[in-house]
Design a protein around this ligand. Structure first.
Ligand code: FAD
Ligand code: DLZ
Ligand code: SF4
Length: 514
C-alpha cells in the first residue's frame, strides 16, 4: 500500500530520507504552506517568501520527476492551518499504510510529530516513521558518543573528529593540511576597501514570485523587514550559481576579512549560503568539497578555506549536536540571570549607536547579518545589557532568513549570551567598543565617542563592558583567559570604578533613548 511523505519547508532536497524511502510510482508527497509555521514567531517577510517560493519550485521539480504531489498554498480557499490538519485531510482522502517524515529541525515540531506517531496507528491505521536527516555529516548517535563522558564539550576537538571523518583538508598521512588544524589567528583583519568585493548574482523573482511577495507583504504586514528587494536562491540552480560566485570571488578573501565589520558592505566576503544549505538546496559536503578543490587548485589560501570549512563541518554540526542533546531544557536556561526586555532598536527604533543601526538596517533590508555582526554587535549588546535570552532568541529566530531553532538557539543562547553557563563555549564573547572600532569603520559615523568611557557621549559598550565583568565577577574572575582583564579592573582607582558603574547604570535606565 502507498505511503504519504511529508516534506517541510526546510527539507527541499531530493536526498531527504523520507523521499528516498518512498516510491514515485505509488506514493504521494505533501508540501504545505501553513499559517502555524509561518507565524510561530514573526518571521521576516523574506524568510516566508524564501520558504514558500522554494517549496513551490521544489514541488514542481518533484512532479517533473514523476511524483504525485499535494501542495497547499496559504491562500487556498480550503487551506488548513497546521501540518497535522493537512496530513489528516490527505489520510482521509486516500488509502495509506505509512506516513514517512524526516526528522525535523525544531524540537517544537518534533514533539508534535512524536504525538502523531503515537496516535495515528490507532486513529488512521497507519505507521508513522520519522527517519534521520542524512543531510548532516555527523549522525546524532556519533555526536552523542563523542559528547558522552567528556568533562567539557569544545567545538575545536569535535571539529578535529569531523576533519578525520570527512577527510577534508587532511594529508595522505592523516595530518591536517599545512600542519595546523586551525588558522583563526590569521583571520582578524579589518577591511580596507582594497580587495574588490564579490559581484553577487541578482536573483529576480518570476511573476509567481512577485505575486507571492505581494501576498506576503499584505498577510504579514506587521512582521519586521522589507519583502523586496529579494535576492535569496529559491532553487538548486540559483544556489549553485551563488556557490560558484563565492568560491571564485568571495572565498579568497573569506579568511582575512572573516571578522571584519564594514559600512561599505553588509556581506563582505561571506558566502550567503546558510539559507540555501539549511533549506536543502545545497549539500554541506559539496560546498566544502568545492572550497577544498579551490585550495588545491591554488585559487584560495589555506587560512580562508580552513576557516570556511570549519564553520560548516565544525560549528554547524556542533551546534546541531548540542541542540538535540540538550533540548528541551536548553531553551529554558538563563545562567546569567538576564531579565531586561529587548531594546526597541532591535525592531528598528531610531538609535545614535551606529553599529546597532547598521546591523539592524541590514537585517531589515536583507534578513541577513554576517557572523561578527550577529555575535559581536547585536549579540554582545544584548549580553552586556543583560537582556532575557528568550526575547533575544525570539528576535534571532524571527529576523534571519536562515534561522531554524537547531542552529539559532545554541548560537544565540549559548555562544552570544552565555546563557547556558559555558556549555557551548567556555568564555563569554563580551567586548567593549574598542573591539568594534578595531574591526571596522562604524564608530566614525556614531553619535558616541568610542575612546571614552564615563562621559555623557561615551560609547555605551565601554562602561557596560566593565559593568558586565563587575556584576559577574564571581563567575568569570577565575577563568584563565579573563584573568588579565579582571586585573585591569582591580588596578583601577575606586573612584574611576564608581564613575564607570554610574555611567553604566544611567545607560541601563535609558536603554531605549540611546
Ligand atoms: P559564512 O560566514 O559564509 O559561513 C559559511 C557557512 O558556515 C554558513 O553558511 C553556515 O552554514 C556555517 N556557519 C558559520 N558559522 C556558523 C555557526 N556559528 N553555526 C552554524 N553554522 C555556521 N546560522 C544559521 O544558519 N541560522 C541561524 O539562525 C543562525 N543564528 C545565529 C545567531 C547568532 C547569535 C550567531 C552568533 C550566529 C548565528 N548563526 C546562524 C551562525 C552564522 O552567523 C551564520 O550561519 C552566518 O552568518 C550565515 O551567513 P553566511 O552564509 O554568509 O556564512
Ligand atoms: C519557516 C517555515 C515557514 C515560514 N513556513 C513553513 C510552511 O508553511 N510549511 C512548512 O512545511 N515549513 C515552513 N517553515 C519551515 C518549518 O518551520 C521548519 O521545517 C520547522 O521549523 C522545522 O525545522
Ligand atoms: Fe558602536 Fe560604540 Fe562604535 Fe558607536 S562608538 S559605533 S556605539 S562601538
Amino acid at each position: 500500500m502507498a505511503s504519504l511523505i511529508l516534506l517541510l519547508g526546510d527539507q527541499l532536497s531530493e536526498h531527504m530520507s523520507a523521499l528516498q524511502a518512498g516510491n514515485p510510482a505509488e506514493d504521494r508527497v505533501v508540501l504545505a504552506e501553513v499559517l502555524s509555521e509561518a507565524s510561530y514567531v514573526p518571521h521576516h517577510p523574506q524568510k516566508i517568501l524564501l520558504i514558500f517560493a522554494a517549496m513551490r519550485q521544489f514541488a514542481r521539480h518533484l512532479e517533473q520527476q514523476g511524483w504525485q504531489v499535494s501542495y497547499q498554498r496559504l491562500d487556498d480557499a480550503d487551506a488548513r492551518n497546521d501540518l497535522r490538519q493537512v496530513l489528516e485531510r490527505e489520510l482521509a482522502r486516500g488509502n495509506y499504510a505509512r506516513v514517512i517524515m524526516t526528522h525535523c529541525g525544531e524540537y517544537r515540531l518534533h514533539r508534535q510529530m512524536r504525538q502523531w506517531q503515537a496516535e495515528w496507528p490507532q486513529q488512521w491505521s497507519v505507521a508513522v516513521d520519522i527517519l534521520p536527516d542524512h543531510r548532516f555529516l555527523c549522525p546524532l548517535r556519533v555526536f552523542r558518543e563523542w559528547a558522552d563522558g567528556r568533562k567539557e564539550w569544545r567545538m575545536e576537538y569535535f571539529y578535529r573528529l569531523m576533519r578525520r571523518r570527512t577527510g577534508l583538508l587532511m594529508t595522505a598521512e592523516g595530518k591536517p593540511e599545512g600542519g595546523k588544524w586551525n588558522y583563526d589567528a590569521d583571520n582578524r583583519r579589518a577591511y580596507d576597501g582594497k580587495r574588490p568585493l564579490p559581484l553577487l548574482p541578482a536573483t529576480t523573482l518570476d511573476a509567481e514570485g512577485q505575486a507571492l511577495a505581494a501576498m506576503i507583504a499584505e498577510r504579514f504586514a506587521t512582521h519586521f523587514g522589507d519583502v523586496q528587494p529579494f535576492h535569496w536562491p529559491v532553487n538548486r540552480a540559483q544556489a549553485l550559481q551563488l556557490l560558484a560566485v563565492f568560491i571564485e570571488q568571495g572565498l579568497p578573501g573569506f579568511g582575512d576579512y572573516q571578522d571584519a565589520l564594514s559600512s561599505q558592505s553588509p556581506f563582505l566576503f561571506h558566502s550567503l549560503l546558510s539559507s540555501s544549505i539549511n533549506i536543502g538546496l545545497l549539500d554541506p559536503l559539496e560546498v566544502c568539497q568545492q572550497a577544498e578543490a579551490a585550495y588545491h587548485a591554488g585559487q584560495a589560501p589555506l587560512n580562508a578555506v580552513e576557516g570556511f570549512i570549519r564553520q560548516i563541518i565544525g560549528w554547524r554540526e556542533y551546534v546541531r549536536g548540542v541542540y538535540w542533546l540538550t533540548m528541551p531544557d536548553y531553551a529554558e536556561s538563563n545562567e546569567l540571570a538576564a531579565h531586561r526586555p529587548l531594546p526597541a532598536a532591535y525592531w528598528g527604533a531610531p538609535t545614535g549607536m551606529a553599529c546597532i543601526r547598521e546591523v539592524v538596517s541590514a537585517v531589515r533590508q536583507y534578513g541577513y547579518a554576517h557572523h561578527i555582526q550577529r555575535l559581536m554587535v547585536t549579540g554582545n549588546w544584548a549580553l552586556l545589557l543583560g537582556v532575557q535570552p528568550k526575547a533575544v532568541c525570539e528576535w534571532y529566530l524571527a529576523v534571519f532568513v536562515d534561522a531554524f531553532e537547531w542552529v539559532e538557539l545554541p548560537n544565540t543562547l549559548g555562544m552570544a549570551l552565555h546563557g547556558d553557563g559555558g556549555l557551548l563555549a567556555s568564555k563569554p564573547y563580551a567586548a567593549s567598543g574598542k573591539y568594534i572600532q578595531r574591526q571596522g569603520d562604524y564608530c566614525a559615523e556614531c553619535a558616541y565617542q568610542v575612546k571614552t568611557v564615563t562621559e555623557p557621549d561615551s560609547c555605551p559598550f565601554n562602561s557596560l563592558y566593565w559593568h558586565f565583568l563587575h556584576r559577574h565577577q564571581s563567575r568569570f574572575a577565575g577563568h584563565p583567559r579573563m584573568a588579565v582583564i579582571y586585573r585591569s579592573w582591580q588596578r583601577m582607582e575606586g573612584e574611576q570604578q564608581q564613575a564607570i558603574l554610574q555611567r553604566a547604570q544611567w545607560l541601563l535606565e535609558h536603554i531605549d533613548q540611546l
